[in-house]
Each structure stands twice: as C-alpha cells, then as structure tokens.
Design a protein around this ligand. Sequence first.
Ligand SMILES: [Zn+2]
Ligand SMILES: [Zn+2]
Length: 261
Amino acid sequence: MSATTTPSSEETALHDSHTQNRWFFGRRYANSFTQRVIEFFGIIGYFVCTGLCAVKMSEVIGGVDPLVAAIAGVGTFAFSFLVADFVSGLVHWMGDTFGTEDWPLVGPMFIRPFRIHHVDPKDITLHDFIATNGNASVVLMLFLGPVTFLAPTGWGVVSFMILTFALGMSLGIFFTNQFHKWAHEPEPPAFARLLQRFNIVLTSPGHDIHHTDPFRESYCITTGWLNPLFDRIQLWRKLEAVISSITGNDYSEGGKLNGYE
Ligand SMILES: [Zn+2]
Ligand SMILES: [Zn+2]
C-alpha cells in the first residue's frame, strides 16, 4: 500500500489490533488471530516438553561414564542437527512444490509462508519471535512430548542418546526459521554471525542459491550442511519424478507450477 492511498477497513482494523495488543501481536503480524493463539501456546508447550526432556536426560546420565556421555552427547547432537537439516529441506521442498495455500491447517501454517517467502524474501526479517518460530513448535510439541514420556530409562547411554537426539533434532527444527531469518538479514546479531562464520547455522551465500533461478536447489534451511550433497545427486528432482509417476501429475516443473517466481 502506498503512503498516498487510503487504508481499507481491514487494514485499519489490523492496525488497531496491533496498537491495542502490542504485547501479543508484536510490531507486525498479518495472520489470523486463531493462528497467532495456536503458535503462542505451541511455543509454550514446546518449551515445557524441552524442559521435561532435559530433566529426564539428567536422570538417565547418572549411571553413565562422563567421557562416554560427553562423546555420545556431542556426536548424537551433531547427528540430530543433520537430521533436522534434512527435515527442513523435505518440508520446504514439499511446501514449495505441492498443495495450495487454502489447504486446511497446513495451507496457512506451512505452505503459505514458503510461497510468500519467494515473492518477498525480506518479509521474514520483519517477523517477531512468535511469527518466526511458532508454526514449527506445534508439531514439535506433539513429537517431543510423547518421545520424552515413552523413552526407556534403564538403557544407560542408549537412553541418554535417544533423549539427546529427540532434544537436538527438535531444537534444530524449532530454530530453523530463526536461522533462515538470520540468513536474510543484512546485519544479523553478533551471535548469529558467529554461528554463520563456523557454518553451524545456515549462511547467506549458501541460502542465496535457493533464491536464484531456477529456485529449486538448496532447500535445507537449518544448517544447510546437506545442500551440496542433495544438489549434486539431484535428490529433489528424483523425488519429484517418483511422485509424478505415482500420482500421474507432472511435478517436473516443481514450484514453477505455483507461479511464485
Ligand atoms: Zn523455497
Ligand atoms: Zn529464504
């Protein structure tokens, strides 16, 4: 909307709701009230599950040799971030390639953000913490809660590794959009720049490949570690070919069918 046009009643109402509920809506929020509430409580629920998982980890680590626990912990945590990177690529590729924004639940929460992101890549840099990280938290809460509850406690270091993997993978996925946001920010926080410098999180040059024609490479957006491999073996093209042959729909043009370039 240009500065000279008159705001619509819808835009005025949105602005008013921001003014009246700044603590809840942040400085910029364009999704529905229902989605905002789901994301708000999703984040709280996810953090509660993370805390419960950490408590259980502290219980099972008691009988494990400290050196074994350290090696197993670091190795499992790194592996969990690799898996998180794969999940981020898979979800991103699906969001870019299949379905429409009006699909129930997954449309507004997962498909729409990816489509908008290609039209306006800088939009993500204006999202506050809830808008950035809320949608993933709902799914992660439903994953981490049951895993924490069901994980065996009597398997020594294996119990510790199961919980470390669940905690690490969910943390990686929870912060995926945060890492993605930092990759688009011209001046991310110093802590983010440090993580980017050591390739611990997604880097701007690595992610630029995805936003370059034909917009169909480097879908992984947690750490970006898997992008060179997946791009080289053409993983996403092969998966599109398989799904095209199964469904009879032609996905060989991938996201171009969605017209967001
Ligand atoms: Zn994309
Ligand atoms: Zn991006």
